[in-house]
Design a protein around this ligand. Sequence first.
Ligand SMILES: [Ca+2]
Ligand SMILES: [Ca+2]
Length: 345
Amino acid sequence: MLGTIKASRAASHNILLALLGCAALAACQSRGPDIVLDPPEGPAKRMVTQGQAKKIVVQNLTSCAHTNPKMNLRVAAVGEITATDGTVITVPANTALQRKEGPLSYDLYNECNKVLPPNAAAVSTDKVPVIEVDADGEVVTGFIVADNYFELYVNGKLVSVDNTPYTPFNSAIVKFRVKRPYTMAFLLVDWDEYLALGVENMARLNDPWYLGDGGLIAKFSDGTVTDSSWKAQSFMIGPLDSPNDVVEKGNLHFFDKLGRTYPHVKKPACRDNCYMVHYAYPKNWQSRTYNDLNWPRAYEYTDEEIGVTTLTAYTRYPEFFEGARWIWSSNLVYDNVVIARKLVR
Ligand SMILES: [Ca+2]
Ligand SMILES: [Ca+2]
């Protein structure tokens, strides 16, 4: 009995020592001692722009090998605009695709490349290149659908760059070799035609001034799925009648004055004079040790809210996405650039 008490005292003492050790490291308090995170950052720098950006890339960032008139092929252009504080901002985002960095995504479904498997059984992952993050790690295979653009970093290493940043809607397979714990970080962009306004020219709906929406769903062979356990931060919010409509509290940037999802969302009264609120990306947002403790959780959305019930790139392969949830930041329509992160233990 006495031996048990002594042992339990010793165990308590060890736990106390471990806690004292952790107190010196802010990271231990939230994530455990297995990964030492950078100190958490304060609120990101906020910038405001008004009106449309000047196009700097006028050709289509999407290279479509095969086209047909029925295809929903739209131009993914890039622009620049100067914020009221003088900062020059690339819109809709400064992407790895434009910088020609990293491996282009391997197609699960892509009309431009005529990769159109009819169902999951017809898909082989054998030829998907394995991107090495840790030489002594395990191979993880993932399936990804992003509305519209993604780039994925694992422990800060770029492992896949969406080859079709706007339309037609595509989906991708990724493979990487990594050791747990590891971090995934996605840059996600809801692309548009009216650059810096976050507005689309939607011929299909006969609406030349359409507020597009975003979304990401992904499932990985190690059991990781997109859901509200991820973090999702917004970096470009608009179009806005007033920049003051974005409510800020620390690292939260929240806008719900005109709704958050279709069919409940309303358009602002502004048009070419609309504002956009931007936030500077943290310097090392891709890295394994970036501390996203103060970021909001990802919000989960239904297929109906995302508007993907007839999206072939997704609906043909339900097995690949079972158990995963569509995620985005709090406003599916007005948040146009989002970074989503997940620590996989
Ligand atoms: Ca895409
Ligand atoms: Ca949008």
